[in-house]
Design a protein around this ligand. Structure first.
Ligand code: NAD
Ligand code: PRE
Length: 361
């Protein structure tokens, strides 16, 4: 990738632009608030002058409700070869773009699983995405070159590409991002009118639980409006657990030994289930480096090949953890190396062979 246009130069757009600029990509910056683009340029993220020709990749980092409109407009103007967005929800923007009649082969919905509770270019950092998962949602129609440009961008940001279906992504982030965000806000909301003498005792525990409650509500209204069903289901499960927990605590207040024993067992159950869930959360920059097995797939230079490989891997139920592409010099062929969990490698090889791919494991 030689040139890129980042539209929406807040926290995420500026962070992407900084990472690309550091890797030698010529980055153009645009925002509906020109002051934001100027600030991003002053931070070394690129130039706020419009590109003269067509750039390789346009990256839309506007709030989710504006993503489809901004993408549709950029595509109509033909500003780039490929287009991607980084919005926190993937199903809605794709459907909106489809309704606008856009050429979806040149579009790839993506989502870096990294961020902050602060907004704007001044909160940006080129290192924000290092080691973090970056979800890509290609379909059968995705142009191979656009997918390659996206993979290059993810690699420049030193993130880890994860391929998923858009709706499966939205269900997953309801669990690991959207529902936790609301729970954090609900806990923090209890502090609003609390006694200062109590609030000033706050320590690491409440800080950890409420950090994300400081985020911009306008952005989160957009995010939650685009994923309300899955989040409501999860929150109603949390509400049922809360009811049980309150019942257990009330039992602990009782003068009756048997009731107190039942109450203690209920609380212990909540705490132990919490331990079991917490241990599954990867560290800040992912879990300790894992060893993946490589499944090599031979491709010729036909449009749509990479997207088809990802779609076939998805159909086999295999998560592709990382990808490398080797092009054979002077030949219309290449080798795609898919990095997967060791136990998934034989399954993936068999599924891809069955679908006619040349596989090397
Ligand atoms: N904040 C996070 O933690 C996080 C993480 C991953 C992905 N995202 C996604 O990234 C995108 C940007 O989020 P952010 O945190 O950088 O927000 P931000 O508020 O820091 O930046 C958004 C920028 O978009 C600009 N903008 C708004 N409407 C626009 C339009 N119509 N055209 C051009 N520019 C416009 C704003 O002026 C602002 O500079 C969102 O879609 C969000 O869902 C956010
Ligand atoms: O770390 C934070 O501040 C975040 O909230 C980041 C976070 C998340 O929930 O993990 C928030 C929303 C984005 O879509 C992706 C990442």
């Amino acid at each position: 990738m030689r040139t890129a246009l980042v539209i929406g130069t807040g926290l995420i757009g500026t962070s992407v632009a900084m990472a690309l600029a550091q890797r030698g990509v010529v980055v153009h910056l645009a925002d509906h608030d020109p002051e934001q683009a100027r600030t991003a340029a002053a931070l070394g993220a690129g130039t706020d002058e419009a590109p003269e020709g067509v750039v390789d990749l346009a990256v839309v980092a506007a709030p989710p409700a504006h993503v489809a409109g901004v993408l549709g407009d950029a595509m109509r103007r033909g500003v780039a070869y490929g287009y991607l967005d980084v919005a926190s929800v993937k199903g809605g923007p794709r459907r909106e773009l489809e309704a606008l009649g856009a050429d979806l082969s040149r579009y790839l919905g993506t989502h870096p699983m990294a961020g902050r509770e602060k907004s704007g270019p001044l909160a940006a950092s080129a290192e924000l995405f290092e080691g973090r998962p970056w979800v890509l949602t290609p379909t059968r129609d995705t142009d191979t070159e656009v997918l390659n440009l996206a993979l290059e961008l993810v690699s420049h940001c030193r993130a880890v590409p994860v391929v998923m279906d858009a709706d499966a992504h939205d269900r997953a982030v309801a669990l690991v991002s959207h529902m936790p965000h609301l729970v954090s806000s609900l806990v923090a909301a209890r502090l609003e009118h609390a006694e200062e003498s109590a609030v000033r005792l706050s320590g690491g525990g409440i800080r950890d639980v409420t950090r994300i409650a400081a985020s911009d509500p306008r952005m989160w209204i957009d995010i939650l409006s685009a994923n309300p069903g899955p989040v409501a289901e999860l929150l109603s499960d949390v509400a049922a657990d809360l009811d049980e927990t309150v019942r257990a605590l009330r039992a602990l207040e009782s003068g009756d030994d048997e009731k107190r024993r039942t109450g203690a067992a209920g609380i212990e159950d909540v705490l132990r289930r919490g331990n079991a869930g917490q241990i599954r959360v990867p560290g800040k920059h992912g879990s300790a480096p894992r060893v993946y097995e490589v499944v090599g797939v031979l491709i010729d230079d036909q449009p749509g090949q990479l997207a088809r490989i990802f779609a076939d891997a998805g159909r086999a139920g295999v998560n592709v953890e990382d990808v490398r592409i080797e092009h054979a010099t002077g030949q219309q062929a290449g080798l795609v190396q898919l990095m997967v969990e060791p136990k998934a490698a034989p399954l993936l090889s068999a599924a891809l062979r069955e679908r006619g791919w040349g596989v090397r494991q």
